[in-house]
Design a protein around this ligand. Structure first.
Ligand code: SAM
Length: 289
């Protein structure tokens, strides 16, 4: 690709030409590594059939790749100072549409309807780390038609999303993500792959959305309340965690029966439970309490 911004020289040149001032509050760390860019395209499985939504195109580094490999690209960028730069770096790509907005305020269902007739899109991003969780959970919870989300996130966050029961990284985020998608860490990415360098490590994670959730739960919101209550007091037993939580209003007897119904010890901790067990726990309450 000519003038690829994955080449640090081209990125520095364009930043200097426009006297662009990086804004820390927008999490602006631009990718400058072609291998990482290719890995992301590959992991997301981008083809000419795809409509890709990019969150935070920055100066258009990944957008160039998405436009080369994908069909249509819709990129949502909050920082209006980047618009003239994107006008130049993406001028050869008529298949790219830039939307100047805050991704957390965009009606994504409407966007997918407008640009892809409501068919599933692929979401790709080098995410602004300060809003990783609201972006990802917002996409899942609002039922936006999505094939997969392939994103750069802080390394520790990627590990939490992929973690299983009994590990130190396992928590409410692992269960929330794994209810909606299969999580797979594609690559770890060191700080020197960005300008400016972030002071944390990064990782690319792919979340492939399930057609149907892997567990059948009558009331998923109740299950998520139980999960949050269990992990809020990580060192406590599941029983005490649920009993002390303002989010859960069952009596101690109901909680003990529910835990017993799963064949678990009364001293079990929440961090030992699988997603399937949290689903059964929630179903016990909706059906018996
Ligand atoms: N994609 C570019 C790259 O890989 O070099 C830039 C990635 S940079 C980590 C994050 C980008 O997200 C920045 O361009 C930033 O301005 C943008 N951004 C931050 N908050 C945003 C928001 N709420 N909505 C849309 N874009 C946002």
């Amino acid at each position: 690709m000519q003038n690829s911004l994955g080449n640090p020289k081209n990125t520095i040149e364009i930043i200097q030409k426009y006297e662009f001032a990086f804004q820390k509050k927008f999490g602006q760390n631009f990718l400058i590594d072609t291998h990482v860019l290719e890995k992301i395209i590959d992991a997301a499985g981008i083809t000419k059939e795809d409509c890709v939504v990019e969150i935070g195109p920055g100066i258009g580094t990944m957008t160039q790749y998405l436009a080369e490999y994908g069909g249509r690209v819709v990129a949502v960028e909050i920082d209006a100072n980047l618009l003239p730069i994107l006008g130049e770096t993406l001028k050869d790509y008529p298949n790219v549409q830039i939307i100047n907005d805050d991704i957390l305020k965009v009606d994504m269902n409407r966007l997918v309807q407008e640009y892809n007739k409501g068919r599933p899109v692929k979401v790709v991003a080098n995410l602004p780390y300060y809003i990783t969780t609201p972006i990802i959970m917002g996409l899942f919870e609002s039922g936006v038609p999505i094939d997969n989300i392939t994103v750069m996130v802080q390394k520790e966050v990627a590990q939490r999303m992929q973690a299983g029961p009994g590990t130190k990284d396992y928590g409410a985020l692992s269960l929330a993500v794994q209810y909606y998608a299969e999580a797979y860490i594609v690559a770890n990415v060191p700080p020197n792959c960005f300008i400016p360098r972030p002071n944390v490590g990064s990782a690319v994670i792919r979340l492939t959305r399930y057609q149907e959730p892997p567990v059948k739960v009558d009331d998923p919101l109740l299950m998520f309340r139980l999960i949050r209550a269990s992990f809020n007091q990580r060192r406590k037993t599941l029983q005490n965690g649920l009993n002390n939580s303002p989010e859960v209003s069952f009596t101690r007897e109901q909680i003990m029966s529910a835990i017993g119904s799963l064949g678990l010890s009364p001293s079990v901790r929440g961090e030992a439970l699988t997603l399937e067990q949290f689903g059964r726990l929630a179903n016990y309450f909706t059906r018996n309490a």
